[in-house]
Design a protein around this ligand. Structure first.
Ligand code: HQG
Length: 181
């Protein structure tokens, strides 16, 4: 349990560093950081962390939050800092889902899905995943469904960050409905 606790803390801290860069870690314009540099940053807080443990944490995680390319690593979504992710557009997906609180859902149905503090709106490919996301904020999440096909025909682009996370700049209210299973 202590082991797991450390892993969760390290993973959260990596998300924090790579999505928001509070300590001004050297990052390229696509959001990549040298793994070695990240490890040495992390060691100040978690002295037992090394490259091997980091990679284990990423491989065992249920969500793919990071991407390692060569000697570099970046967060795949969730940024508040300006990064050029160059994610792959998904030009086929017809529906996307968003799980949130009932209060937020009301606002969203009034003015659209906004990225709030992040660089993009985060959407889920299935209602089950949207439910999990909403569960982080409330016991009774509301699921919204986005008509991605219709939005796309009006120029809105949806990008696949991972198998569980899609991002988009903004979704106007006319493409959003309450989801009723
Ligand atoms: C809401 C986690 C009022 C939106 C998750 C959400 C996800 C509005 C909140 C990822 C609004 C933003 C992202 C509007 C949107 N008025 N509220 N017009 N438009 N909102 O954290 O989707 O574990 O930025 O409903 O699993 O909750 O960190 O987005 O409640 O994939 O890897 O504003 O973070 O992944 O919150 O979560 P967030 P999110 P990790």
């Amino acid at each position: 349990a202590v082991e797991n606790d450390l892993r969760v803390k390290v993973s959260r801290h990596v998300s924090y560093l790579l999505r928001h860069n509070p300590e001004a870690v050297q990052m390229d314009d696509e959001g990549f950081v040298e793994l070695d540099q990240l490890v040495s940053k992390l060691r100040r807080r978690f002295p037992t962390v090394d490259r091997k443990l980091l990679i284990e944490i990423f491989e065992q995680s249920e969500r793919r939050r990071f991407e390692i390319v060569g000697d570099k690593i970046r967060a795949l979504y969730g940024h508040t800092i300006d990064v050029k992710m160059n994610l792959e557009e998904d030009a086929q997906i017809e529906r996307l889902y968003h799980g949130t609180t009932s209060q937020a859902a009301k606002q969203i149905l009034g003015k659209g899905l906004q990225p709030m503090r992040r660089r993009g709106v985060h959407l889920s490919p299935t209602e089950e995943i949207a439910h999990e996301v909403g569960k982080r904020r409330t016991n009774n999440p509301v699921i919204l469904v986005v008509d991605a096909a219709e939005a796309r025909s009006h120029g809105i682009r949806f990008y696949r960050a991972t198998d569980k996370v899609y991002v988009c700049k903004y979704v106007p209210t006319k493409y959003i409905k309450m989801f009723h299973p």
